[in-house]
Design a protein around this ligand. Structure first.
Ligand SMILES: C[C@H](O)[C@H](O)[C@@H](O)C(=O)CO
Ligand SMILES: [Mn+2]
Length: 414
């Protein structure tokens, strides 16, 4: 028999944890769900280049969203299965217009339907310039390209993206994070590692020269270790962007798939929080490489949530997701991943932080270990079930039925 919320609440109260306060706190954390899980990072442009930018969605599960309307319908369904109010992270390649602007011609009007929809749904929006899947990115060099003309094209794209983000933030009354990730790098060993980095820095500076209102938009920069086709060298490495974010005061984006597999990304969060004002997370699940699997409720996610909560970093961190799996239902992928991020936060918020910290600062590592292990036996599932019930979303078998039902309704899409 399932344990009741009341007895679970009492079990946590014995540890000094207030479940009611926790449920209220969890509801206040928005997760920025990424549009690109819904269509395998294809977008809605007429033109596209050969360059996938070193990222790749694999699989051919039926039901891929082919139009903005289909994507919005899928998103509406996904959000209805996720407790709380959240955000949508939109890429510039997902414009919604009859026009066919090139990347250096995009305008707010091309995204206005998304803003109207977000307003009606009560969602915030985040934005990303798209520096891949375009003929002018086929050298795997954009903002750091040796050709000034190519750099200027992408600088213009970046400037326009920032303006669009600011208009989105203004329209929705919540600052839109404009995250910059460029695929630039080289397949084989470069002879000059510095010059492309100098060019990338100069391009970023030019792109971000206009100071835009922080209550409307914030700039973020995202590093990477390597990608397909850029195995030997990535211009925008972690050190590059960490230095850049510190010097220029932008958000620093930490993508969990963009580091060496043995690096602990949760540990980086507190470290960088001492040097940058705000952080953006791309919560992902790399498997051997930046494979962008759907996030599980696994040790890495639990550690990330623990670092956010114990360090009191939630107010300074935007939580975005970044995975794309085309071998399973795309809507289920969103729902599973986003709920797992929330479940991880819930577990972190249900920890008796003061008592744990007391044991640690008192150097009582035995007590700390006993506590962290005993805490694993507490009835988190009953608290989560109550959170779902209060937010009118299904869980368990009822969730599976809803996800199956929606997938069978979209499976016939061509
Ligand atoms: C589509 C996104 O911009 C992309 O996933 C980026 O954030 C990234 O992580 C590239 O590896
Ligand atoms: Mn990312």
């Amino acid at each position: 028999m399932a344990i009741s919320y009341e007895s679970a609440r009492d079990a946590f109260a014995e540890w000094g944890v207030d479940c009611e306060a926790t449920l209220a706190a969890l509801k206040s954390v928005p997760i920025s769900m990424h549009c690109w899980q819904g269509d395998d990072v294809v977008g809605f442009e007429a033109r596209s280049g050969a360059s996938g930018g070193g990222i790749q969605a694999t699989g051919n599960h039926p039901g891929r969203a082919r139009t903005p309307d289909e994507l919005r319908a899928d998103l509406e369904f996904a959000y209805s299965m996720i407790p709380g109010k959240h955000r949508l992270n939109l890429h510039a390649m997902y414009l919604d217009t009859e026009a066919t602007p090139d990347r250096d011609e995009i305008e707010y009007a091309h995204f206005a339907p998304w803003v109207e929809w977000a307003k009606a749904q009560g969602l915030g929006l985040d934005f990303n310039p798209t520096f891949f899947a375009h003929p002018k990115a086929d050298d795997n060099l954009t903002l750091s390209h040796p050709d000034q003309g190519i750099r200027d094209f992408w600088i213009e794209h970046g400037k326009r993206s920032r303006e669009i983000a600011a208009r989105m933030g203004e329209a929705l009354g919540t600052a839109c994070v404009n995250n910059i990730w460029v695929p630039d790098g080289m397949k084989d060993i470069p002879v000059d590692r510095l010059a492309p980095r100098r060019r990338l820095e100069a391009s970023l500076d030019e792109m971000m020269a206009d100071k835009l209102a922080p209550e409307q938009m914030r700039d973020a920069v995202e590093s990477k270790l390597f990608g397909i086709g850029v195995e030997a060298y990535t211009v925008g490495s972690h050190e590059f962007y960490m230095g850049y974010a510190i010097r220029r005061g932008t958000l620093l984006c930490l993508d969990m798939g963009h580091f060496h597999p043995t690096e602990n990304i949760a540990d980086k969060l507190s470290a960088v929080s001492l040097s940058v004002p705000e952080m953006l997370l791309h919560v992902s699940r790399p498997m051997r490489w930046d494979s962008d699997h759907v996030i599980l409720l696994d040790d890495d996610i639990l550690a990330m949530a623990q670092a956010l909560v114990s360090g009191d970093l939630l107010a300074r961190t935007r939580i975005g997701l970044d995975f794309f799996d085309a071998t399973i239902s795309r809507t289920a992928a969103w729902v599973i991943g986003t709920r797992n991020m929330q479940k991880a936060l819930l577990r972190a918020m249900l920890a008796p932080q003061q008592a744990l910290t007391q044991a640690e600062t008192g150097l009582d590592f035995t007590k700390r270990l006993v506590m962290t292990e005993e805490l694993k036996d507490l009835p988190y599932g009953a608290i989560w079930a109550e959170f779902c019930r209060r937010n009118d979303v299904p869980e368990g078998l009822a969730l599976i039925k809803e996800l199956d039902g929606y997938q069978s309704r979209v499976a016939a899409r061509g």
